[in-house]
Design a protein around this ligand. Structure first.
Ligand code: GDP
Length: 442
């Protein structure tokens, strides 16, 4: 992958559509687009109607709109040209092949955004947000991604980094000029400021629980003895959202999945086979396997609803798994214990409280609308946690009166980790992994 050639890709999704776009970026982008429609040149930012022709045969390909956006005022910061043809995979494929025949190279996934990053058009946190905007599966996920795309996350990180760099400079001054009669920061002040940096990074890191839930959704498994109402509960929880539910039976008796969206969070409900008893020995092996698969699936879930019958003699002990919520079903027949989470899959009573309890388990108190700035990627979260750890080490080193060199080393590390979030000093391997999850054409 070279960053100085001209790339081309279909930028619109596959399938039929009114319009589809072939996008080009690089030093020859405008010349190639002009050649494709038989013009000598294209004005900047002026869309024209033209005919695209096959460069080899002169055969008419499509009636198109063409526009040139010259560097640096373009998405990638390079010369960009767009050819808007009629939608449809075959038509756009032909236009793309014509651009390649003229000398463009088919773009890799995310290569346009990668170039935008390399040319300083957006920081890495914003580049990641581009993919999140495209992939957003709910309104709330989209809002969070748009906040990051606006640069708000990058700004918060950059502010913490600037503070780390400023503090580092002060500490280093005391190393470099020990004899000068300067007013060095007392160790207690260094410790306090390092602690603030750790707190700022930790606060951002803590938003990942919500960011992750919005981006990847959460899985909720329903487990319990036969006949406590697991299937009924799953159906009842999907009830109001039938339209967006795609219930898929797993293999015979392992589990059933249903996808819903609660408060903007994509939720996958899993009804495990439980320890269902079947008649007939021939089913036995399949059944056992199904129960195993169901258990394995439940073991990966983010929340486990441990269902029992109100007043029944199911397992009444409190579940020990931190992910588990004890839920009493069939409260239309008998009341749940005082203070317990009671529901009726039959009448729908208690289901709203159950939904809220599930979300609260993952999101804490953060409700809809609380997502000002959310960390949405594992990469960002890992770097933030490393920054927190380094800043905390700096705090205790300063407090313990250790050598300034040691404090400086930890502060430098904190600054470096924060910088990496917005793309300072990140290696090619990081960029490759990050942009690989983009689609081609973005
Ligand atoms: P599973 O084996 O745990 O999946 O249980 P099912 O969902 O198949 O339900 C077992 C039986 O309990 C069925 O006859 C349901 O109609 C009944 N049932 C489930 N939930 C309720 C409830 O909330 N109230 C009442 N009265 N019956 C329920």
């Amino acid at each position: 992958m070279r960053d100085d050639d001209t790339i081309a890709a279909i930028a619109t999704p596959p399938g039929a559509g009114g319009v589809g776009i072939v996008r080009m970026s690089g030093p020859r982008a405008v010349a190639l687009a002009a050649a494709l429609v038989g013009r000598d040149a294209l004005d900047d930012r002026r869309m024209i109607l033209a005919r695209a022709r096959d460069p080899a045969t002169g055969q008419r390909l499509d009636e198109v709109l063409v526009v040139a956006m010259r560097a640096p005022r373009s998405y990638t910061g390079e010369d960009v040209a767009e050819v808007h043809g009629h939608g449809g995979a075959v038509n756009l494929g032909r236009l793309l092949r014509a651009a390649v025949a003229l000398g463009a190279r088919p773009a890799e996934p995310g290569e346009f955004t990668r170039r935008a990053f390399l040319n300083g058009r957006l920081d890495l946190a914003r580049a990641e947000a581009v993919a999140d905007v495209i992939a957003a599966a709910s309104e709330r996920a989209l809002r969070a991604a748009q906040v990051a795309l606006s640069g708000a996350l990058g700004e918060r990180v950059a502010a913490a980094r600037a503070e780390a760099v400023a503090l580092l400079a002060e500490v280093e001054a005391s190393i470099d000029f020990p004899e000068e009669d300067l007013d060095f920061l007392p160790a207690a002040a260094v410790a306090a400021r390092a602690e603030q940096i750790a707190a700022a990074a930790a606060a951002l890191s803590a938003t990942y629980a919500v960011g992750r839930a919005l981006r990847h959704g959460i899985e909720v498994a329903i487990v319990g003895a036969p006949n406590v109402g697991k299937s009924s509960l799953l159906n009842a929880l999907c009830g109001e959202e039938r339209a967006i539910v795609a219930a898929e039976p797993g293999t015979t008796r392992d589990y059933v999945d249903a996808r819903v969206v609660w408060d903007g969070v994509p939720v996958t409900l899993i009804d495990t086979a439980g320890d269902r008893v079947v008649e007939g020995a021939s089913h036995h092996e399949i059944e056992r396997r199904g129960v195993e698969l169901g258990r394995a699936r439940a073991a990966r879930a983010d929340v486990i609803l441990s269902l029992r019958e109100a007043g029944g003699d199911g397992p009444l002990d409190e579940p020990t798994d931190a992910r588990a919520l004890a839920v009493w079903n069939k409260i239309d027949l008998r009341p749940a214990p005082a203070g317990a989470l009671g529901v009726s899959a039959l009448t729908g009573e208690g289901l709203d409280a159950l939904r809220r309890a599930v979300l609260a388990k993952i999101l804490g108190a953060a409700g809809e609308g609380s997502e000002e700035v959310l960390v949405q990627s594992e990469r960002q979260k890992a770097l933030l946690d490393e920054a927190v750890a380094a800043a905390r080490r700096a705090t205790s080193a300063a407090r313990a009166g250790r050598a300034a060199e040691l404090v400086a080393a930890d502060l430098r590390e904190a600054a470096q980790r924060l910088g990496a979030i917005v793309g300072e000093e990140v290696g090619d391997d990081v960029l490759r992994a990050l942009f690989a999850r983009f689609c081609i054409g973005k």
